[in-house]
Design a protein around this ligand. Sequence first.
Ligand code: UT7
Length: 344
Amino acid sequence: MIKPGSIIRNVGITATGMSVPDRVLTNQELETMVDTTDEWIRTRTGVIERHVATPGTPASELAKPAVLRALDQRGMKPEELELIIVTTITPDMFFPATACVLQEKIGAKNAWGYDLSAACSGFLNGLVTGYQAVASGTVDNAAIVGVDVLTSVTDWTNRDHCVLFGDGCGTFLLEPIPDDRQGIIDAVLHVDGSGGQYLYMLGGGSLNPPSHDTVDAGMHFLHQEGRQVFKVAAAYMAQATTEVLEKNGYTIDDVTLLVPHQANLRIIEAVAKRLKIPREKVLINIDRYGNTTSATIPIGVHEAAAEGRIKRGDLIVLTAFGGGYTWGAILIKWGCSPHFSPVG
Ligand code: UT7
């Protein structure tokens, strides 16, 4: 497991990748499907359009190009990949793990891997466990893959939910880096199981094995008590961000970019207001993608790096809140350039 003589190594994000389905679903199209308006969706959520997968598209199929892009950016062959962690609540199937399906699809024949489920905070949890595997010397690299096909568990007749979500994948490649002032610095993660009653999918598991009755009752669809979740999401993301900054002797003024989970523009604005961080330092792309669950954060970071919004040495904070409840924040000193130059 942990190689003899290993010491804790610094871990950096040495490449990123993303992919979304081609099909774009606009608010105007949704107006023809349910009793909603473009104006309501824009003003209440900030979403203008989202990418949606063709029904039956497995999460692994969205993940494949994202991971291959990251490997290509790093100049790494799939066979060199050692660990794949897929964070998702919409896996291809219960088992085998989507990580196993993906390993085969991309030809990463020397990698082991597993799936991790923490809803919208999944990517943060995946990043922490991937960090630990690389930092400890258990592996020399890991692909953390945040992917969700939330439209596969969306009730398209329910206007409360169907306007919110999109499909997508984002991935980070983690490797040891020599510079101890860069890379993943620290993380805080939290769970409050009492929040589980507000955001869930009841059917399909051991509690309610799938049957005609569970399907008739719509238990295979995501259910969210939006107002309840809304009340706590901003406060908890702001708290976690402050917690991880203070633990490491930083203030919000030191942060170049805050990358929050993209569930609702009003939540993102409330987080920024609580933290007193100017809007130009907050990543917002919910208008183009909607809520892609596990994928919002890696997609945001991938785009920010590609656009040159984050540069080597910049301090960035990733924060998420989601079903569970689960939430947290991760502090990173960016070590990649947009046209990636390998470090270590
Ligand atoms: O990513 C995981 C974590 N999730 C979140 O953080 C999501 C948190 N929650 C939210 O983002 C918001 O609560 C929603 C976007 C889900 C809903 O926004 P809201 O401002 O909380 O709306 P609401 O549920 O309080 O509904 C207000 C009104 C209702 O009508 P009445 O009862 O006031 O007549 C709804 O029926 O808006 C109505 N409504 C809609 N109207 C047009 C709900 N959905 C729609 C819709 N189009 N799509």
